[in-house]
Every structure is written in C-alpha cells, then in structure tokens.
Design a protein around this ligand. Structure first.
Ligand code: IPE
Ligand code: IPE
Ligand code: MG
Length: 247
C-alpha cells in the first residue's frame, strides 16, 4: 500500500474540447474528480495525497483561463472546507502562494488552520508550484543560513536540503499517477519523486473513476522497488537482531 500518492491531474482542456465546450468547463468537471480521488484515498487507507492543481508555468495561460481557475479554487475552498473538516482531512498548500490574490491566500490559510489537527488524510494541493522553484527556494534558505554563520557549506548534504523542500514532513511519494496521456513530470515534485513509482494513463482527469485508481494500485503492488540495490538484497529478510539473540 502506498503511504503517499502524488497525482498530476491532466486532461481537463481536452475533455472539454471533445465536447466542444470551453476549457473552463473541463476544469469544473475536474473538480468533481478531485472529490472522487479523496474519497478513494480515505477508503483505501492512503495517508497522504498530493495533487498538482496549478503549476508555476500555468500562469502563462490565457488570462480568462487563469481567471476561471482562480474562481474555481475560491469556490471549491468555500464549498468543501466544512466537509474536509468533518471528515478529518488535513489540507495544506505548497507553492508560491504570494502570487495569489490576498482573498485567496486568506482562504488557504483559514483552511489550513481549521484542519491542522486532523490526521486521517494529509491532503496537499500544489498551486503555483514548480519543482525547480521548490529546490531553488530550499537552496536559498540554506545559503541564508550559511551567510548568517548558522551553517557551514560542508554541512550541506541531501538530508539538509531534503528537509527544506516542500512536503519534507511526509514520506516521499510511493506512487505517482499522471492522467491525460502525456508521459512527463512537467516540473512537479522533482526532488521528492527520486524513487517514486511512476504510472501513466490515457484517461482524462474528469473521466477518473475508482477502477483507474485501483489499476494503478494493482500495478504498483506488483512492482519491485529496489532503491539501487539488487533484487536478492531486496528479497532477503532483515538480518536477526543480534542484541536480542544474545540476551
Ligand atoms: C490540467 O488540465 C489542469 C491544469 C493544468 C490547471 P489541462 O488544462 O492541462 O488540460 P489539457 O492538458 O489541456 O487537456
Ligand atoms: C501539469 O499539466 C500541471 C498540472 C496538471 C497542474 P500541464 O498541462 O501544465 O503540463 P504540460 O504543459 O502538458 O507539460
Ligand atoms: Mg495539460
């Protein structure tokens, strides 16, 4: 069972185009799939879900589409917060949130503080998020510590840097899913996905159903995660604890 699932929710625009509808309609349909996905994670006992909702690069889309997405985020937050709170879901946002309108930033902060004590599902929404920006911010923060004399350059290793990227408090994603048929990472969690199992489907995000997610889970369960070791090493049972044997 994955402890942490990360998803690129892609294909809203194409879903709408197939119906000869504006792209914003596809995004609205995509919001329904988000709820389905959350329900599925809760039902399967998956502890953490990270959803890519808006990338740093998506700011470059036509103004009306960006505007429609902002309206959708705002509406979804207003509508869903009570339900998330009631169900014991902790919501957090990662990304450069200062780029959002103050009203939206305030909604995000309220949603986070209202659900901060919950533990059933850690729901992370990546908005105005970019993996490169995330790593750059972590590097900047380390550099500030070095400049202030709190840290020596020699102290910097993958643990220290890894502690300053987004989601550092969670295990890295075990499983990554991208809908919409494209086989790429698109600047999602670059650092955090180092050993994540990747899974791609042609299903467009608004068409998501539990069967698709179950298929991803079944494929994941059949994979051998080796983390650079050999198959034999991974299969070997843990060596006995000699301290206990001696006692
Ligand atoms: C993903 O769907 C949602 C966002 C990026 C906000 P798209 O809008 O990228 O849909 P396609 O890829 O154009 O079909
Ligand atoms: C990735 O999808 C970002 C989100 C789903 C939020 P894009 O549609 O922006 O990615 P590209 O442009 O196809 O790589
Ligand atoms: Mg897309």
């Amino acid at each position: 069972m994955p402890r942490h699932l990360a998803i690129i929710m892609d294909g809203n625009g194409r879903w709408a185009a197939r119906r000869r509808r504006p792209r914003a309609i596809g995004h609205r349909a995509g919001a329904r799939a988000v709820n389905l996905c959350i329900d599925w994670c809760v039902a399967r006992g998956i502890g953490a879900l990270t959803l890519f909702a808006f990338s740093s690069e998506n700011w470059g889309r036509p103004e009306d589409e960006v505007g429609a997405l902002m309206k959708l985020f705002m509406g979804a937050l207003d509508r869903e917060i009570d339900e998330l709170d009631r169900r014991g879901i902790r919501i957090r946002f990662i990304g450069e949130r200062t780029r959002f309108a103050p009203a939206l930033q305030a909604r995000m902060a309220t949603a986070e503080s209202r659900t901060a004590r919950h533990a059933r599902l850690a729901l992370n929404i990546a908005v105005s998020y970019g993996g490169r920006q995330d790593i750059a911010a972590a590097a900047r923060s380390l550099a500030e510590d070095v400049a202030a004399g709190r840290l020596r350059p020699d102290d910097i290793d993958e643990q220290l840097l890894g502690a300053r990227v987004a989601l550092a408090e969670l295990p890295p994603p075990d499983l990554f899913i991208r809908t919409g048929g494209d086989v790429r990472i698109s600047n999602f969690l670059l650092w955090q996905l180092a050993y994540t199992e990747l899974w791609f489907t042609d299903t467009l995000w608004p068409d998501l159903d539990a069967a698709v997610l179950d298929r991803a889970l079944a494929d994941y369960a059949a994979r051998e995660r080796r983390f650079g070791l050999t198959s034999a090493q991974v299969a070997a049972p843990a060596p006995p604890d000699t301290d206990t044997l001696d006692a």
